[in-house]
Structure formats: structure tokens, C-alpha cells
Design a protein around this ligand. Structure first.
Ligand SMILES: [Zn+2]
Length: 303
């Protein structure tokens, strides 16, 4: 994510941007900054990073009371936690200036190596599927070729949406057993079986060769929603059979037509949707992100 604070700092430092981060070279360091959930993040990739350098970085972080960081390959990821107020962008800039000053002072004639092959070639920043990476000309050519092939494969894959949708429904059927069990013993918790419907649905969708695309993600969610309703009706019927101590469909239909039974069933279905909606939304965004169709490689944009 990219919020105004980091964006403004990026502009001030003459950096560029992708959709979700600011990025660029400052002296001989490759910098990325972005916002997260109550955090700001600075990733700094440097020409060399031996244990002395690491100690120096730790010292600077400690003097700024920054506790959260991770070592990356050839760099460090620094996490600025935001509790109530946003973390001061000025402080981030000061720390960045200090770190760059240190690494430029020590390794002024060196540059970070290619993040893909690790060779010390001439590098440039490219956004690969919207993530900035510092890569060399050879790796760029390789990425470009692979992305072109993958996109061609994607465009040439048959849509197969209907078989995929049917697969998602069919494979989700065993999830109904879980709904029945939960419904019988825990009642309202039956909505938890939405997780099973989606996971089984994804397997079924893929087995039936549904196209991995945003439209496919929508279909799996629709199949899951349908199954939640069907699951509750079947589970409810199972409970009625248990109370009747007989599997009698004629009687079941008479009971299901009673207004108070219909109302209770409706409440159960609505409750199940309310309980599972967060999970459906989570899965939906996850799939939309992972199943995005066209891959890209491009230079970062101006801020
Ligand atoms: Zn390379």
C-alpha cells in the first residue's frame, strides 16, 4: 500500500513508484518504501553487508528505538510500527540518510548486485508484477520472455468456466457432511463449513480445468454461497429426521412447509451467511490477487 506520507517522502527523494511502493536508487543503495497494516516499511539493499555493517545498522536502529527489522539477501527490511499516530516520515528520512551515508562512505565504488542472478552486472529497476526489483539486462530479457510466454499460455487457455463451476459444486458436496455434524452438535457454528466448501470448491474447479482467472474466483465464491444454503437445508432436514427417528420425505416436506419451521430455517441460513461473509470476502480478495490474469514487467512510474 502507498499512503500520502511515504508518497511525499518518495517525491522529495526523487524516487519513482509502482502501484504499492516508492522505489529508486539513492547514491549506491536501492530503496523501497511502503505502508502496511499499522506499519511503514523501508527496504534498503546495499553493495555489501558483512557482520560489521550489520552491527552498524543495528546501532543506528537502536539509537532510533527501532526494534523490528529483518535481514534480507543483500539488505535490510526496517519496520516502523504505528500505534496511535503515524510514524514520523522525517524520522524515516533521517535514518535513511544516515544509512545511505554509511554505505556510500564505505562502498562508494560499488553497487548492489542483480537481485535475480546475484551477478555484479549493470542493473536497473523494473516492476515485475508491480513489485520493484533491481535486475540486470540478462535477467530482464529472461523475465520478459517468460512473462510473454505465460501471458500467451493464459490467453490460449480455454475458458472452461461451466465445467469449473460444476466441479466446484460437486467437490464441495462432502462439505455438507461437515455442516450436518456441526449443525447437529453445535448448531449455529455450522457456517464454519464455508471454509470446507471453498477449499473443496477450489480443488473441484481446478480438477474440471476451470480457467485460473478473476472470473473463476467469482464462480468459486458463488458455488460456495450456493453450498452454504443447500448445506443448511440438508443439515436441517437431517435434524428433523433424527427427531422423527425415521427417514420420511413426505413428512419432511409437510414439516418444511410449516411457517414457523420455514422461519427458523431462514434464520439459520441468514445466520450462516452472516458468519461466513468475512471468510468469503477474505478468500475472494486472496484469489483475485493470486489469480490475476496478465503478468507485467515495466519501469517504475513518476510520483
Ligand atoms: Zn541478473
Amino acid at each position: 500500500m502507498l499512503w500520502p506520507g511515504i508518497k511525499k517522502l518518495g517525491k522529495e527523494l526523487n524516487l519513482k513508484r509502482t502501484d504499492s511502493e516508492v522505489t529508486g536508487m539513492i547514491k549506491n543503495c536501492f530503496v523501497k518504501m511502503y505502508d502496511g497494516n499499522q506499519i511503514k516499511v523501508l527496504e534498503l539493499f546495499v553493495p555489501q553487508l558483512n557482520s560489521d555493517d550489520k552491527n552498524e545498522v543495528i546501532k543506528k536502529l537502536e539509537s532510533g528505538k527501532i526494534k523490528k527489522y529483518e535481514w534480507l539477501s543483500g539488505g535490510v527490511k526496517i519496520i516502523f510500527q504505528e500505534y496511535i499516530l503515524p510514524y514520523s516520515v522525517t524520522k524515516i528520512k533521517e535514518l535513511l540518510d544516515e544509512l545511505v551515508k554509511y554505505f556510500y562512505g564505505k562502498y562508494f565504488d560499488q553497487k548492489p548486485s542483480c537481485q535475480h542472478c546475484g551477478e555484479n552486472n549493470e542493473t536497473e529497476i523494473y516492476c515485475i508484477n508491480n513489485t520493484a526489483q533491481l535486475i540486470c539486462g540478462n535477467c530482464y530479457a529472461q523475465y520478459e520472455r517468460n512473462i510473454k510466454n505465460e501471458n500467451n499460455d493464459y490467453l490460449n487457455t480455454p475458458n472452461n468456466y461451466l465445467p469449473g463451476f460444476l466441479g466446484a459444486l460437486l467437490f464441495a458436496v462432502p462439505g455438507i457432511l461437515l455442516t450436518i455434524l456441526l449443525f447437529t452438535f453445535l448448531n449455529s457454528l455450522a457456517a464454519v463449513s464455508a471454509v470446507a466448501y471453498i477449499l473443496l470448491g477450489i480443488i473441484g474447479y481446478k480438477k474440471f480445468k476451470g480457467k485460473i482467472s478473476p472470473a473463476g474466483a467469482v464462480l468459486i465464491i458463488i458455488a460456495g454461497l450456493v453450498m452454504v444454503g443447500i448445506g443448511v437445508i440438508i443439515a436441517y432436514s437431517a435434524v428433523i429426521f433424527r427427531e422423527l427417528q425415521a427417514v420420511n420425505f413426505e413428512l419432511l416436506i409437510i414439516i418444511l412447509k410449516m411457517p414457523e419451521v420455514q422461519r427458523e430455517l431462514m434464520i439459520n441460513i441468514v445466520m450462516s451467511y452472516i458468519v461466513s461473509v468475512v471468510y468469503f470476502a477474505f478468500q475472494f480478495f486472496q484469489m483475485m490477487k493470486d489469480w490475476k490474469k496478465i503478468k507485467t514487467i515495466s519501469k517504475p512510474k513518476e510520483i
